[in-house]
Design a protein around this ligand. Structure first.
Ligand code: NAD
Ligand code: GLY
Length: 363
C-alpha cells in the first residue's frame, strides 16, 4: 500500500494527514517539511509508550533534534485536571517553550489531553498527533477538538486547537484489542451513513477485510473517513452548524454510556446502538427507508457491534438526553438521516415519534 495524504484546508492553519502502513519504520516517509521542530516532547501513556515510543523517537530524532517523553496513566479517568497539571509541571521542569512541539502518541484520551496542554501551555505551542486507536485515527486526531473532563461532565473544559500534522501508521492498530477496534469501526460506519453512500456500500462489501485489519482496506477506509472529516471541519471548524452531523447516534449513545455507567460499554458500542435509534426515528419521520435501516443494522451486526440499546426505560433516556450538551437553547437537537449517505441536524422532530422510538427501550 502507498502512503496517502489529505490536507485539512484551514488557510494558514492547514495541515496534512499522512496515512501509511508503517510510517515510522520506513525511510523518508515522514516528510521533513511536516517535522519542522527541533525539540519534541512526546506525551503518551503507560500502555502505548512501551510499544511505540522508541520507534517514533528514532524517526523524529536526527542531528540537532531532541526527543523526550511524558508518560501519563492509561484510562479515561485520567483525562483530568490533575493529569493536565502534571503535564504542565513536567513541561515547566523540562523548560519547554514555544519552539517545543508536543507529540500526542496514543488514543483519543492522550490526543485530547496532550492537545489541550499544547493549546494552553504558554498560550499555545505546536502539536503533532500520532493516533494509535482506530477511533483516534478516523476521528479524534483530526479537526482540533481538545479537552479534559470535569466531574460535572465529559469534555467540559477544552479548546479548538489544530495540530501541525497528523501521522497515521496503520501497523499500530495491530496491537489494539479487538473490542476497541470494533468500537472504532462504529465511527467508520457513521461517516458512510451521514455523508457518503458510496463509502457505505464499499464498507458492506469489504467489512471482512477490515475486520482482518488488511492494510489496503484499512488505508482506504481511514482515508475516506479523514477526508470526509476534513470536509466537515473545513466547512464548520467550531461547530456552529454542520459539524454537528458528526454526532449522529451520539446523543442516544451518550445516554447509553451515562445510563449504564461510563466504561461499561465502549463509546463506539453505544454509538452503534445509538445510530439504530436515530435511524429508527428517521424511518418513522418518513425519511430513511426501512431497507436502508436494515442495511445499517446488518453492517453493525457483521462487525459485532450492539444494535439493541439497553432497556434503561424511556423516561431515563429522555432525562439523560436532556442533560446532553447537544441541547441548545433548551431544545434537543438530533442528527437524523434523510437517506443513507445524507444526514441533517434538527430540533424540529416529533416528540411523539421520539417517545415511540424509546418505547423499544422500556424496562
Ligand atoms: P483511549 O484513548 O482510551 O484508548 C483505548 C485503549 O486502547 C486505551 O487503554 C489505550 O491505552 C489503548 N491503546 C491505544 N492505542 C493502542 C494500540 N495501538 N495498541 C494497544 N492498545 C492501545 O480511547 P479512544 O477510543 O481512542 O478515545 C476515546 C476518547 O476520545 C474519549 O475521551 C473521547 O471523548 C475522545 N474523543 C475525542 C474526539 C475529538 O474530536 N477530539 C472525538 C471522539 C472521541
Ligand atoms: N468527534 C466530533 C467532532 O470532531 O466534531
Amino acid at each position: 500500500m502507498k502512503n496517502r495524504q489529505i490536507i485539512v484546508g484551514l488557510g494558514s492553519r492547514s495541515y496534512p494527514i499522512i496515512i501509511g502502513p508503517d510510517l515510522f519504520r520506513s525511510e523518508a516517509i515522514v516528510d521533513e517539511g511536516d517535522l519542522r521542530g527541533r525539540r519534541y516532547i512526546v506525551v503518551t501513556n503507560d500502555v502505548v509508550g512501551p510499544m511505540y515510543f522508541s520507534t517514533v523517537a528514532e524517526r523524529l530524532s536526527s542531528p540537532g533534534k531532541s526527543v523526550e517523553k511524558i508518560i501519563i496513566p492509561d484510562g479515561e479517568q485520567f483525562k483530568s485536571q490533575e493529569t493536565l497539571t502534571s503535564i504542565y509541571d513536567q513541561l515547566i521542569t523540562k523548560r519547554a517553550d514555544r519552539s517545543t512541539t508536543i507529540v500526542a502518541l496514543g488514543g483519543g484520551v492522550v490526543g485530547d489531553l496532550a492537545g489541550f496542554a499544547a493549546a494552553t501551555y504558554q498560550r499555545g505551542i505546536p502539536l503533532i498527533q500520532i493516533p494509535t486507536t482506530l477511533l483516534a485515527q478516523v476521528d479524534s486526531s483530526v479537526g482540533g477538538k481538545t479537552a479534559i473532563n470535569h466531574p460535572a461532565g465529559k469534555n467540559m473544559i477544552g479548546a479548538f486547537y489544530q495540530p501541525q500534522a497528523v501521522f497515521i501508521s496503520l501497523e499500530m492498530l495491530g496491537s489494539l484489542p479487538d473490542r476497541e477496534f470494533k468500537a472504532g469501526l462504529a465511527e467508520v460506519v457513521k461517516y458512510g451513513a451521514i455523508m457518503d453512500e458510496a463509502f457505505f456500500s464499499w464498507l458492506e462489501g469489504n467489512i471482512q477485510s477490515l475486520l482482518a485489519r488488511d492494510y489496503e482496506a484499512l488505508g482506504y477506509a481511514v482515508q475516506q473517513c479523514c477526508s470526509n472529516k476534513a470536509k466537515i471541519v473545513e466547512a464548520d471548524e467550531t461547530e456552529s452548524g454542520s459539524r454537528a452531523l458528526l454526532n449522529f447516534g451520539h446523543t442516544f449513545g451518550h445516554a447509553i454510556e451515562a445510563g449504564l455507567g461510563y466504561g461499561k460499554w465502549l463509546h463506539g458500542e453505544a454509538v452503534a446502538a445509538g445510530m439504530m435509534l436515530a435511524g429508527r426515528l428517521s424511518v418513522l419521520a418518513g425519511d430513511l427507508k426501512q431497507v436502508e435501516w436494515d442495511r445499517l443494522q446488518q453492517l453493525l451486526i457483521e462487525i459485532g457491534l450492539p444494535v439493541d440499546a439497553p432497556k434503561l426505560g424511556r423516561n431515563r433516556y429522555l432525562e439523560l438526553m436532556g442533560y446532553d450538551k447537544k441541547v441548545l437553547d433548551g431544545k434537543l437537537r438530533l442528527v437524523l438521516l434523510r437517506k443513507l449517505g445524507e444526514a441533517y441536524v434538527t430540533s424540529d422532530f416529533s416528540k411523539e415519534l421520539l417517545v415511540e422510538v424509546l418505547s423499544g427501550v422500556e424496562q
